[in-house]
Each structure stands twice: as structure tokens, then as C-alpha cells.
Design a binder for this molecule. Structure first.
Ligand SMILES: NC(=O)c1ccc[n+]([C@@H]2O[C@H](COP(=O)([O-])OP(=O)(O)OC[C@H]3O[C@@H](n4cnc5c(N)ncnc54)[C@H](O)[C@@H]3O)[C@@H](O)[C@H]2O)c1
Length: 320
């Protein structure tokens, strides 16, 4: 049994993770500043069975107190603003994302050093760090550098998770341009009988991850803390696909067409660097390879809410 403290526990991944880790026998607590709830309404109702302490992790003194009381073996840091388009809207949004993510992560490192220096930090990065394509992704790159430095400087034990885009219903479900991940957005387009909108020619290859696989990966990371002071990178995705392949699966399942529109983003087609997932696989991760089955299951999960889907949320409005 581990004592796991989740920062960002009210979010898409966070709430599902606390349920999953409790199911594995861990003692779990966490905090959230409820930013995500305040900026967007979830399509699928948010169900919470217990109160979540409110804390902005940039308030280092408050974080220190919470960690001191809980005494975690593991801290999972999900408490960031996870949106590339949001970070590219204008100067105010760019600064807000970098401030929240970079200063928040630094605050976590500093608080843990004082209160629980031996604890294992699992920090959520992004596969997008291999090809930064927004100020959001740059905040992740800066976080990684700070994590690496904290490990060298005072021996912090850190797993920096390079995670690909997740799909499925989590602690919430969003489909708008800023907060919906791409497959979740397409499922809503398909259920609304709208064309599936693909940015550019759809040849961009990304490592996708069904949410249940994401939970399994976290479970493995929690169960394998570094034995000594180390900063390690772990890539986390089930399978790489070109966007157009997954768009085709959603389109044929929902009986609609795929439509290619000018890419509002400047982005590379493929990742650069070592993107292997051996670390997880050697420790028991068996990636879901039937992406089509996972998408079909997701469509059925979201279908009951299709009348509440707002088609005005489909076209991208932020361009860079
Ligand atoms: N969902 C994905 O596909 C995906 C893919 C790769 C990486 N990630 C990363 O995983 C992490 C979690 O993503 P998510 O999809 O669950 O996002 P989310 O927005 O649903 O969850 C983040 C939670 O953290 C909270 N939060 C944000 N800033 C905070 C702060 N300063 N103090 C306290 N709480 C704060 C938010 O209110 C939210 O509940 C993020 O770091 C994201 O970049 C997600």
C-alpha cells in the first residue's frame, strides 16, 4: 500500500486516477484549485463522492502543510493547464499558462524537498515535448528541465511522464477546441452527425492512449518508485496512429464524412527522439492495440449525452 497525493485530483485524469488507485489498495488524497470547472462545463455530468480540498499549488506554504499532514510516498502532479490552443489565444493566456504550469511545478519541487524529500514525484509531461508546438508545450519542456535540475541538485526522485493524447470518459468529458482531446472531439462530431474535422492532411502521427491504459500506466509507475535519486523519462501511449486513420474509424462508426480543413496550428508530423514504451512494457503494461474497439466503446458511452452537444464548439477559432 502506498500513500498517494494527487495534485489536480478534480480533473479529467485526476478523478479517475484516484478511483483506480484506491481500487488497487492505495491510500489516496489530493487537492485542486477547480480552474478547469470554472472555464468549461463537462458534457458528461461530474460525479464526486467526497469533498476535495481547494488549493492552488503555487501557494507553496499551503501545499507544504497538506503534504506534511498526509505524508505521501508518491505525489502525482496533474495540476496544470493542459491546452495548447488556450495558451495561444493572446499574451494574457500565454502568460497565465506558463505561470500556472512552470511556477506550479517549481512550487511542488520546493515543497516536496522540505516536507517529503524521499517521496516519488510522478510529473505529467506530454509527448508534445518531443515537438513543442505551443506555449503550453513549452511550459512542459521548462518543467522537465526544472525537474531534472532538482534531481541533480538535491536528489529528487522523479518520473517525468511523456503522455500522448488520451481519449475516453474520465472525471469529466470535454469536446470544445481548448479542452477536448482530439478523439473525444471527433466522437462528439460524429454523434452530432457533423463531418469529422481533421486539421491539415491528417498525416500527423501521434501516440494515442485509451484512458483505461493511462490508469494502468500510472498504477505501474506508482508501484515502481526509483530506488535512488534519479530523474527518469517514461513514454506513455498505447499505439501510434496518423490522425486520419482514427478520424476514419469515428466517421464510419457514426455514418458521417471526414472533412480536411486548413491546419490552425504550426506542428510537426512526427515526434523526434526516443519515443519507445519499453520501460512500461517491461513492468507489465500490455498496451491496448484494438483502437477501433476502444473508440466504439467510447461512442456508446457518450451517446446518451448527444442532445447536449453544441456544434458551435467544433470549428477551431484559435490560429497560430
Ligand atoms: N488528457 C490528456 O490527453 C493529456 C495528455 C498528455 C498530458 N496530459 C497532462 O496531464 C495532466 C492532467 O491533464 P487532464 O487532462 O486531467 O487536465 P485537467 O485540466 O482535467 O486536470 C488538471 C486539474 O488540475 C487543476 N489545476 C490546474 N492548475 C492548478 C493549480 N495551479 N493548482 C491546483 N490545481 C490546478 C485543474 O482545475 C484540473 O482539475 C496535465 O499536466 C496535462 O498536461 C494530459
Amino acid at each position: 500500500m502506498n500513500r498517494v497525493f494527487i495534485l489536480g485530483i478534480d480533473g479529467y485524469l485526476g478523478w479517475r486516477l484516484q478511483q483506480h488507485l484506491r481500487g488497487c489498495g492505495h491510500r489516496v488524497s489530493g487537492c485542486d484549485n477547480f480552474f478547469r470547472r470554472e472555464v468549461v462545463k463537462s458534457l458528461v455530468p461530474i460525479v464526486r463522492t467526497s469533498a476535495i480540498p481547494r488549493l492552488d499549488i503555487r501557494v507553496t506554504s499551503g501545499l507544504r502543510e497538506m503534504l506534511k499532514v498526509f505524508k505521501p510516498d508518491t505525489v502525482v502532479h496533474l495540476a496544470e493547464i493542459p491546452s495548447a490552443p488556450y495558451s495561444m489565444k493572446d499574451a494574457q493566456h500565454t502568460i497565465a499558462v506558463q505561470d500556472n504550469n512552470v511556477i506550479g511545478s517549481l512550487s511542488v519541487l520546493l515543497a516536496m524537498r522540505e516536507v517529503c524529500p524521499e517521496a516519488h514525484l510522478i510529473k505529467l509531461g506530454s509527448m508534445g515535448e518531443y515537438i513543442p508546438s505551443s506555449w503550453y508545450h513549452m511550459s512542459k519542456v521548462l518543467d522537465s528541465k526544472n525537474c531534472e535540475y532538482a534531481s541533480q541538485l538535491w536528489g529528487a526522485r522523479i518520473t517525468d511522464v511523456m503522455q500522448g493524447p488520451v481519449y475516453g470518459v474520465g472525471g469529466r468529458f470535454d469536446y470544445d477546441e481548448c479542452w477536448g482531446t482530439v478523439v473525444n472531439r471527433w466522437v462528439c462530431m460524429g454523434l452530432a452527425k457533423h463531418d469529422i474535422l481533421v486539421y491539415g492532411d491528417g498525416a500527423q502521427v501521434r501516440g494515442f492512449l485509451p484512458i483505461q491504459d493511462s490508469m494502468r500506466c500510472f498504477e505501474i509507475e506508482v508501484a515502481h518508485p526509483p530506488k535512488k535519486a534519479i530523474y527518469r523519462r517514461v513514454n506513455q501511449y498505447a499505439k501510434k496512429h496518423p490522425l486520419k486513420e482514427l478520424a476514419g474509424i469515428v466517421a464510419s462508426a457514426c455514418g458521417v464524412k471526414v472533412k480536411y480543413i486548413p491546419n490552425p496550428r504550426i506542428e510537426a508530423n512526427t515526434y523526434e527522439g526516443d519515443t519507445g514504451t519499453e520501460w512500461l512494457e517491461h513492468r507489465g503494461y500490455d498496451p491496448s492495440t484494438d483502437t477501433e474497439a476502444a473508440i466504439l466503446e467510447l461512442i456508446e458511452h457518450v451517446r446518451p449525452y448527444r442532445d447536449n452537444i453544441d456544434t458551435n464548439q467544433f470549428l477551431p477559432k484559435v490560429r497560430w
